[in-house]
Design a protein around this ligand. Structure first.
Ligand code: APR
Length: 266
């Protein structure tokens, strides 16, 4: 499979393998690009169908929900429907396999994601979510948690409710909102602390499928670099990020299985 890649990319994969094989602590940050091959559009992709005239950045905000809760709620119900039947792709599977292997090789592989889908979990990974969970809800006023959209309690996506009608909190009557970190909102404290610690203490930081435009998640690679880590980026359209040491300009679903196959056989 390695032979199918361009020679320059093969050289970069080999360099990355060497670096990763001797790294005691690896920190990985994934973004929407890792789920693209599972059929979930990325954030910077244009939206389609009913939502083609809206930008994700204009809907995923507390201001948008305050202005038009029905609109934002129905957008999330639509996104839930879009994601409900999606399955992990070879990149998610390879990461889960690497984490499993790392338990016996005593390598520390911390996986952090900006994604709100649960494809890493479905693949079997242990993952820290920085931006929340598409299947969770909470009250927009009193914060009461409502996990009734959690698909892990259902056997099949067809039993989920994608009703677009707003739901009221049984405690305070406020509107229920998705349990997602919107633009301008703070990240969950514990998740961010763990992510910062893993980034600051890693030997290699890998950024997979993220445009690195959204802060504070984009700070993690900088933190790793400042503390002496090497930075690897996996993205078919590499970012102009100057701190990257190794660029693997290919789809995550192509690179990750190759990389993990090499690392786990060493
Ligand atoms: N493999 C790897 N990378 C890919 C692939 C693929 N198959 N397909 C696309 N990409 C890359 C794109 O080139 C782009 O750089 O994935 C990146 C996706 O970027 P964004 O859509 O900006 O997603 P992300 O970086 O995760 O966005 C961060 O922004 O909207 C908020 O909270 C939301 O978590 C999200 C955050």
């Amino acid at each position: 499979m390695l032979a199918e890649l361009l020679p320059a990319l093969i050289a970069e994969v080999e360099l990355a393998t060497k670096l990763l094989a001797s790294a005691p602590r690896v920190c990985i940050l994934t973004g929407a690009g890792i789920s693209a091959e599972s059929g979930i559009p990325t954030f910077r992709d244009n939206q389609t169908g009913l939502w083609e005239n809206y930008r994700a950045e204009d809907l995923a905000t507390p201001e948008a929900f305050a202005r038009d809760p029905e609109l934002v709620w129905s957008w999330y119900q639509w996104r839930r429907q879009l994601v409900a039947d999606k399955k992990p792709n070879p990149a998610h599977d390879a990461l889960a396999q690497w984490q499993y292997h790392a338990q016996s090789s005593h390598q520390q592989v911390t996986l952090i994601t900006q994604n709100v889908d649960d494809l890493h979990e479905q693949a079997g990974s242990d993952v820290i979510h920085l931006h929340g969970n598409l299947w969770g809800n909470r009250c927009s006023q009193c914060d009461t948690s409502y996990q009734n959209q959690s698909r892990r309690t259902f056997d099949s996506a067809s039993t989920l409710s994608f009703d677009e009608e707003l739901i009221n909190c049984s405690r305070c009557d406020g509107y229920i909102r998705p349990d997602i970190v919107w633009f301008g909102e703070a990240l969950p404290v514990q998740a961010w602390q763990t992510a910062e610690e893993a980034a600051a203490n890693c030997d290699v930081f890998i950024s997979i499928g993220t445009s690195s435009l959204v802060y504070p998640a984009a700070e993690l690679s900088q933190l790793a670099k400042q503390n002496g880590a090497k930075i690897i980026e996996i993205n078919p359209s590499p970012t102009p990020n100057t701190i990257v040491d190794i660029t693997l300009a290919e789809k995550a679903g192509v690179i990750m299985p190759l990389l993990v196959e090499q690392i786990t056989k060493l």
